[in-house]
Design a protein around this ligand. Sequence first.
Ligand SMILES: O=C(O)c1cc(=O)[nH]c(=O)n1[C@@H]1O[C@H](COP(=O)(O)O)[C@@H](O)[C@H]1O
Length: 242
Amino acid sequence: MFDHKGELGPRIIVALDFADQAQALALADSLDPSLCRVKVGKEMFTRFGPDLVRQLHNRGFEVFLDLKFHDIPNTTSAAVAAAADLGVWMVNVHASGGETMMAACRERLESYGDDRPLLIAVTVLTSMSADDLKGIGISESPEAHVSRLAAMTYNAGLDGVVCSAQEATMLRSEQGERFRLVTPGIRPTFAAAAGDQQRIMTPVDALHAGSDYLVIGRPITQADKPLEALEAIQAEIQLAEE
Ligand SMILES: O=C(O)c1cc(=O)[nH]c(=O)n1[C@@H]1O[C@H](COP(=O)(O)O)[C@@H](O)[C@H]1O
């Protein structure tokens, strides 16, 4: 694994999944960059492109560019370099693209030194259950499959994985303390709806299980008062850390 300047900093990454840029920026303006990072994913990047990322940078936010690249090594490593040129804090690829592809991405970022983004790989999407895996021909359990993909990611020299918090304890013991665990599928106790997520956990349980970063979307972005929702989660986390 290669070194990175990044310290842990704020643990919450707010997923900005909006069809409307003004709405996303208004939400960002209501949040505090010292309390959270933000994530730009496929919907907003496809609609608004790199300019949205720059606007978030101008507001002081570190950005996780969540485009889950999955392609041949040459294409994927070039895409990761484009993300590094944009100055994002974190970028991801799909681990199922294979170890050679991931290693090519890591090598491509070496020339950026300390300015490179964290490079992580998606294992098994948190919306997928054991039955969904069977549907794509994978008969091992989600945990076993996550473990396999995380080991490949580690061997390719990446910084960590996106996984469910339900797999965090296992991966922490298998891959050690420095392997970053980024966990979506987080549902605070006050957020009743799991929505399309299958493998979920509360923020406090996720941190106890070993998550480094919690990706949280709708429980904050669709709350009546998003800043209050973020602060409520922060308060829960702080209480648990005392
Ligand atoms: O890579 C991701 O961020 C991701 C991976 C995964 O396995 N599951 C997952 O939900 N995500 C993203 O995390 C966010 C979760 O949003 P909420 O379900 O609204 O909290 C979405 O932006 C997803 O695209």
